[in-house]
Design a protein around this ligand. Structure first.
Ligand code: MRU
Length: 367
């Protein structure tokens, strides 16, 4: 995507042909800073501290992490150690497992002296594939938005609510939930996005709003609790969110708070769509609520908040009564029965085992 006239992906091979560059997402929305990853440990650190985040980008960064490890030491032991270390970084997004499984299986077939080159190629392929997938999701999602647009008066926007950041910053480019939005915007279909701020880390207010603003997409940031009210009053035409892991049965795990939006959408008759790239499907799981590991993050994300002061400095302040314990589950699961459709690269699917298996038969066989 373009930032101030320059085209960026969220991760790319540096000019030296060995290290990898990322956009440091912990600095948003106050600064746009690029960070260089020189080692596998740098890649693991970037995922752990959320300099990169979002399921597809976590997978792509892990793949480059393996490449950096293979460059330093291409032995079997180093490959296994790198995959184990990277796997430890974050528990919920299955793209991490998917990318590391792919890397481990394919690189074990390659002689050690050729492994570094093969690992860099694999990481680049994963990035290119992510972009192709997101563009296909964009095309399919655009049809859903266009259908709603046809019911509106000329020039009246389709109001789409999204939660967290499933935008280009969460992927290599385009985003998943945002790909249909960007395509509609570019194609002249008027859209307006309700952006949930997404406490505690504010990915909506910090990242999604920044992205949409930079691309001229009309949007409004709302507090996480506003969605239900807006839906009751006909101000939301559809919801589109991303996902960190979706079961073979269509249960969807995404940023904490997504489930409540799905409940409100069901009650108000608002279609609730999930943009789902196939690497995010975990074919080994059937019951999302019981089986998907939910990341529990540090309490400081809840009890403290970072923002820009009126004098221009960035400050972190405490917002919880001193001594009160806090809890911080980072994701929740929306059961398939609340999902109107899964927007995948192979079309819009019903959220059930049969439709998912029919669309991705080759994945069902190998898992
Ligand atoms: O904790 P994060 O910021 O990694 O969580 C990201 C999300 O929940 C996204 O919505 C999800 O990864 C989909 S990204 C296309």
């Amino acid at each position: 995507m373009n930032v101030d006239g320059k085209k960026y992906r969220t991760i790319w091979l540096a000019a030296d042909g060995a290290s990898v560059e990322i956009i440091d997402q912990t600095k948003f929305p106050y600064a746009f800073e690029i960070v260089k990853l020189h080692t596998m440990e740098d890649a693991a650190h970037a995922i752990r501290v959320m300099q990169v985040r979002g399921a597809p980008l976590i997978g792509a960064t892990a793949a480059y992490g393996v490449a950096l490890a293979m460059r330093a030491d291409p032995s079997d032991a180093s490959l296994h150690a790198a995959c184990s270390a990277l796997l430890e970084t974050r528990p919920t997004a299955v793209n991490l497992h998917w990318a590391l499984d792919l890397a481990r299986k394919s690189l074990l077939q390659v002689a050690p002296e050729n492994r570094a080159a093969a690992a860099y190629t694999l990481a680049a392929d994963i990035c290119d594939e992510d972009i192709a997938i997101n563009m296909a999701i964009g095309m399919h999602g655009m049809e859903l938005i266009a259908e709603i647009a046809r019911t509106k008066r000329e020039g009246e926007p389709v109001n789409i609510l999204t939660h967290c950041n499933a935008g280009w910053l969460a992927t290599v480019d385009w985003g998943t939930a945002t790909a249909p939005i960007y395509m509609c915007h570019e194609g002249g279909i008027p859209v307006h996005v309700w952006v949930d701020e997404t406490r505690p880390r504010n990915q909506g207010a910090f990242l999604t709003a920044w992205e949409l603003g930079h691309h001229g997409v009309p949007h409004t940031v709302i507090v996480d609790n506003a969605g239900g009210h807006l839906m009751q009053h006909g101000e939301v035409d559809m919801v589109i969110v991303g996902t960190d892991r979706t079961t073979a049965t269509g249960d969807v795990c995404n940023k904490i708070g997504t489930y409540l939006k799905a409940l409100a959408a069901k009650d108000c008759g608002v279609p609730f769509y999930v943009a789902l790239p196939s690497p995010t499907i975990d074919f080994s799981l059937s019951d999302g609520v019981r089986e998907i590991p939910i990341e529990e993050r540090g309490g400081a994300e809840v009890s403290r908040i970072t923002g820009k002061t009126d004098s221009g400095g960035v400050e972190t302040i405490s917002i919880v009564a001193e001594g009160s314990p806090v809890g911080n589950p980072a994701f929740d699961v929306t059961p398939a029965r609340l999902v109107s459709g899964l927007i995948t690269e192979r079309g819009v699917l019903a959220a059930n085992r049969k439709s998912i298996a029919e669309a991705f038969p080759e994945r069902v066989k190998i898992s």
